[in-house]
Design a binder for this molecule. Sequence first.
Ligand SMILES: [Zn+2]
Length: 392
Amino acid sequence: MKLPSYREMLAALVAAPSVSSTDPALDQPNRPVIDLLAGWAESVGARVEIEPVDEARGKYNLLATLGEGESGLLLGGHVDTVPCDPDRWHSDPWRLREEGGRYYGLGATDMKGFFPLVLELMARVDAASLRRPLVLLATADEESTMAGARLLDGVRLPASHAVIGEPTDLAPVFMHKGIMMESLRLTGRSGHSSNPALGVNAIEGMHEVIGALLHWREQLAGKWSDERFEVPVPTLNLGVIHGGDNPNRICGECELQFDLRLLPGMDLAELERDLARLAADAVAGTGLKMELQPLFEGVPAHRADPDGELLQALVELSGRPAKSVAFGTEAPFLAGMGLEAVVFGPGSIDQAHQPDEYLEISRTEECRTVLAGVVERFCTRGPEAGRRAGHG
Ligand SMILES: [Zn+2]
């Protein structure tokens, strides 16, 4: 089978809905997208493995490998999209529209537009000339829980370097912050407001907790800072508060939700422990019950080696300096498995998660050229270059 054109592949990928959401009413299987990619990958001679992530919900990861051996180059990312409101689009979000040098469609920029480029590269290289494998990875649920990337931990990846094709405007991205989102609930006892002794006021307790959180935020900013980020310090935002129902009733229950954006080096589990201790201390002796609950599992911050071989290759080939971004990606999960992981893709984050999401066609052409150069350096060049590109 001949590989369809870039446009045909992107149109088919966009037409296969793959919304992921923590809201079960919006969540969709990603299997149709996985099957499309698997079919194309097989047609160019790759070995295809489909790994279940959550079969009940129809979620799968795909690994397609061309060539033999270890320490190859992995190109990939997620195939799910965010939910969308078709009424806010000027055309059907699931039908690719080409206009003014752009491809419009849900997921075009974030990040279905990356996969046809990888498949084209796979079709172009002679598998026999590969010194190291070329691997396509497609994951589930990046936009909701990162379940697909979390699952990779148990999978053997024949790669030592990874390009995650998230929208970066073709700038090589080696750093991003991590994120955790928490719910903190205080339960006291309601009672008539005329006598404070009749209850335990959860809003007053929350006042203490908020004071402690803001103090902790200052301490964190004093301890952690990296000028390479637009906002150099970790941030903590108080986003939601609910409590009480009546001015003349002692508030029996109060919930606060906040997020924390952490810098590379800050550990999710350790922060979670510090938070629990700080909140418990803030309400100690008040009789309030405190529950701290993550709203999702959290995404670690990412920092790849600034002198890393893949990063340097992408800087050279793209002509753009390495930079940091403000959004989270699957890169830290691959880095956790020992791969050098760099985020680099043709889309723009400004168009991601927006009505009328689009991808500049000229960017796909530029991306194709850069990736071809990377594949040449890491997979197909002579043995000496191959050794340089490997670990060690
Ligand atoms: Zn994305």
